[in-house]
Design a protein around this ligand. Structure first.
Ligand SMILES: Nc1nc2c(ncn2[C@@H]2O[C@H](COP(=O)(O)OP(=O)(O)OP(=O)(O)O)[C@@H](O)[C@H]2O)c(=O)[nH]1
Ligand SMILES: [Mg+2]
Length: 196
């Protein structure tokens, strides 16, 4: 997709701040562990280096951030989960907020679940995917930071991730924000699912 417009709309720290009316625009949310590369992935696929803030310190994205893409799509950068150093109080408030965002939102058509190709998914990803399925929210799995894995090992890693998540390996998009690998494939899968 040719990106003509990519702009930050707002960051929400409470459900009252969610983008209620996306005026017919489809919402696509990006989810994954802290530091997995959610914000970097968004920047890479829209071709804007600093649209979503990134950091080597886990837990950088603490709000639910909304971005307008071409007046056609809303990208939603979710706070990461599973990082122990984030204050407990904060973690406690995130989960209900994220769940609240994800449920009862007709504009939300897809959640992109991002895993680190070297680390693979764990219990949290599995239960999250099952939760999405129960709530009838389509999911797409992306294995990122592929530039950090040896070429010859990528297929095996993807196969292992597919096994853990009980899905077809062909449905996992291998990605790298550092090299742009997987960018086109991710766009085409995403557009296929949400119909834009
Ligand atoms: N080598 C490599 N580094 C990456 C890639 N994607 C992200 N990173 C690095 O990983 C770190 C975290 O990236 P972010 O995009 O901020 O991760 P995030 O998931 O948004 O993190 P939180 O908002 O803290 O949950 C940064 O130092 C990035 O430069 C990738 O594909 N390859
Ligand atoms: Mg982030």
């Amino acid at each position: 997709m040719k990106i003509k417009k990519a702009e930050f709309i707002k960051g929400a720290t409470t459900p009252g701040d969610f983008l209620k009316n996306s005026q017919g625009k489809v919402q696509v949310a990006f989810s994954g562990r802290s530091n997995v590369g959610k914000s970097s992935l968004i920047n890479t696929i829209v071709g804007r280096k600093k649209l979503a803030r990134t950091s080597s310190t886990p837990g950088r994205t603490r709000e639910i951030n909304f971005f307008n893409i071409n007046d056609a799509l809303i990208f939603v950068d979710l706070p990461g989960y599973g990082y122990a150093k984030v204050p407990k109080e904060m973690r406690k408030s995130w989960r209900p907020m994220v769940e609240k965002y994800l449920t009862g939102n007709d504009a939300l058509k897809l959640v992109i679940v991002i895993v680190d190709i070297r680390r693979g998914p764990e219990e949290e990803e599995l239960s999250f995917l099952l939760w999405l399925e129960e709530n009838k929210i389509p999911a797409l799995i992306v294995a990122t930071k592929a530039d950090k894995e040896k070429r010859g090992k990528i297929d095996k890693r993807v196969a292992d991730i597919a096994k853990t998540l009980q899905c077809n390996p062909n449905l996992i998009v291998t990605f790298s924000a550092a090299t742009g690998m997987g960018k086109e494939k991710l766009w085409s899968r995403m557009r296929e699912i949400v119909g834009v």
